[in-house]
Design a binder for this molecule. Structure first.
Ligand code: HEC
Ligand code: HEC
Ligand code: HEC
Ligand code: HEC
Length: 450
């Protein structure tokens, strides 16, 4: 793990970094498999781990190994179809590096690099080293990198050689006839040919199936978070997509039936109940450390507030609103920052944004050290910046309670919120009668005319 720390700290300084391929276990006696398994993931889009805001969330690189390691190395191929991160922000650069390290630890055989992935590899100065971490393929052939378009792994199935080939193809600009060349046939070798496409419409799928009958399996870009079988389960080519955010791992089982190889597709949820792999848990802690060192909170893009208003924090409200302050203080919103500290994510803007006051605005939260008074989901998160209101004791109205609970209580972070809005509102009551929750509803209705 130390290696990765130095790596990324060096990267922060703009220099390049050399990955050292970890020593692989020496060739063990060949495992006589009667079934081979290809695991496929992809479109992580930076999701290293679910946020943990609610229970039952799927995903997490640290739990993936529990699925991958159900099959011994001699009987499996592990492939990531690419799109490791979402954008080219500094945080995504850090994430990309962490994912490369994770794939190494998880013993991936192959990673398909999309255009953005190649760009990230280039930005990180890893062009020369990436191929020594795991095998890489790419549908585009950038002038300055030598990345092949296909990869094969030879395994043994029922005492016979089996060759699994994974190729990648740019279906937007390439000629479909070229695909055939990617899959060579060999006498006495059972083959399974998998093609990763960056573009899949029904016409492309049909054209590939027709002109390249040697393709057993087509992997399409994700059109949903869930992996999806697009073709009939028994058809050849089998067509599917791998989903997003690493919530499930696709499993392609290669089963010999008489003289043929049958393919079975499945998707295994990465459940919270699966054990975590310690090396990957540590890797996430390293990630939190890199995020802290990169000072991302300071660099957060902030908008000016209207009318010269400023955030003042929740404490200054206390003298005049002792009742509301005390009520609020007894509930979850007032501990939202401590929650992040508990899990070590208090320097991560992707988390902090919903657990403090006004990070998106000037005078809003920056860091515990600089703006400790703005941590937690404080009064002004909902009532708006209070600088004028406290100066004019109450005469300048606070912004009408925005009631934009949904900004933070999203389906991902707070799946129980939708459908139980009233229940959630009742739990945060900190106002005095007669402002009953019914009153809130009434007020909500006439808000526009106020
Ligand atoms: C879109 C807003 C949002 C983001 C982004 C967000 N959270 Fe949350 N978080 C919430 C909300 C809302 C809850 C309360 C959910 C509920 O009770 O329904 C919560 C609850 C939690 C809890 C559980 C608190 C408890 O003990 O009950 C943890 C832990 C947590 N968040 C950590 C994180 C981490 C770590 C991140 C970043 C990876 C993050 N959050 C990002 C909104 C967010
Ligand atoms: C800025 C983001 C944000 C907004 C806006 C927000 N919440 Fe929350 N809410 C959170 C976070 C974060 C937590 C988890 C706090 C913790 O325990 O760490 C939470 C927890 C809760 C909880 C469970 C904890 C408790 O106090 O019982 C309720 C209920 C709740 N919110 C209701 C609401 C309602 C109703 C609204 C709208 C009026 C709202 N929230 C607006 C972020 C937000
Ligand atoms: C999660 C959002 C949220 C937070 C945090 C919050 N409030 Fe509120 N507040 C509300 C809502 C919603 C209402 C009731 C809606 C209404 O009155 O329209 C309310 C009502 C009030 C009222 C009564 C409003 C009236 O018109 O009489 C006061 C006063 C108040 N809050 C002060 C505070 C103070 C002080 C804090 C911090 C100690 C705080 N609130 C924190 C959402 C919030
Ligand atoms: C110096 C005293 C004082 C302080 C400090 C103060 N308030 Fe008030 N606040 C008042 C008074 C007085 C009213 C009643 C005004 C009215 O009814 O017209 C009021 C009303 C409100 C209301 C309901 C009406 C409105 O303006 O929306 C909210 C919400 C509120 N305060 C929130 C806050 C928050 C949040 C803070 C801290 C940022 C705060 N107050 C600090 C004196 C204060």
């Amino acid at each position: 793990m130390k290696r990765s720390v130095t790596c990324i700290s060096v990267l922060m300084l703009g220099a390049s970094c050399v990955f050292v391929r970890k020593a692989k276990v020496p060739a063990a006696p060949v495992h006589e498999a009667d079934v081979l398994t290809v695991f496929l993931t992809g479109n992580e889009l930076g999701a290293l781990k679910p946020c943990g805001c609610s229970s039952g969330q799927l995903g997490g690189l640290d739990r993936r190994s529990a699925i991958l390691n159900t099959v011994p190395r001699e009987a499996r191929l592990i492939v990531d179809t690419g799109a490791l991160v979402e954008s080219d922000s500094e945080q995504d650069l850090i994430k990309f590096n962490v994912m490369v390290r994770a794939f190494d630890l998880l013993d991936y055989d192959l990673v398909n690099l999309t255009d953005r992935d190649i760009e990230m590899v280039r930005n990180l100065g890893l062009l020369d080293e990436i191929g020594s971490v795991f095998n890489v393929i790419s549908p585009r052939q950038p002038a300055d990198v030598a990345v092949p378009a296909k990869f094969s792994k030879r395994l043994s199935l029922n005492g016979k050689a089996a060759l699994i080939t994974v190729a990648t193809f740019d279906a937007k600009s390439g000629q479909i006839e070229q695909i055939g060349e990617l899959f060579a046939t060999q006498p006495d070798v059972q083959t399974v040919n998998i093609l990763i496409l960056n573009h899949c419409d029904t016409a492309t799928i049909a054209a590939v199936a027709q002109s390249v009958p040697t393709v057993d399996c087509l992997v399409c870009p994700a059109d949903s978070d869930e992996p999806r079988l697009i073709s009939d389960p028994n058809s050849r080519s089998l067509v599917f997509s791998v989903g997003r955010f690493g919530r499930k791992v696709c499993r392609l089982r290669i089963i010999p039936v008489k003289d043929e190889l049958k393919l079975g597709f499945g998707a295994i949820p990465v459940k919270e109940a699966l054990p975590q792999e310690p090396d990957l848990v540590q890797l996430y802690k390293d990630y939190q450390q890199f995020v802290k060192e990169a000072n991302l909170l300071e660099k957060y893009w902030r908008l000016p507030l209207d009318n010269g208003l400023e955030y003042v924090g929740s404490k200054p409200c206390k003298p005049c609103h002792a009742y509301e302050y005390e009520k609020w203080g007894s509930k979850g919103h007032a501990r939202a920052y401590a929650t992040l500290e508990r899990v070590g994510s208090q320097y991560d803007p992707e988390c902090v944004v919903c657990h403090v006051i006004g990070i998106k605005y000037e005078s809003g939260f920056i860091s515990e050290q600089k703006t400790g008074h703005l941590k937690d989901v404080g009064c002004e998160t909902c009532h708006g910046p209070g600088s004028e209101h406290i100066k004019t004791p109450g005469a300048a109205k606070t912004a009408e309670p925005k009631m934009r609970c949904l900004d933070c209580h999203t389906p991902e972070q707070s799946p129980d919120y939708a459908g139980d809005e009233q229940g959630y509102l009742e739990k945060i009551v900190h106002w005095r009668e007669p402002n009953s929750t019914d009153d809130v509803k009434r007020k909500g209705n006439v808000k526009d005319s106020m």
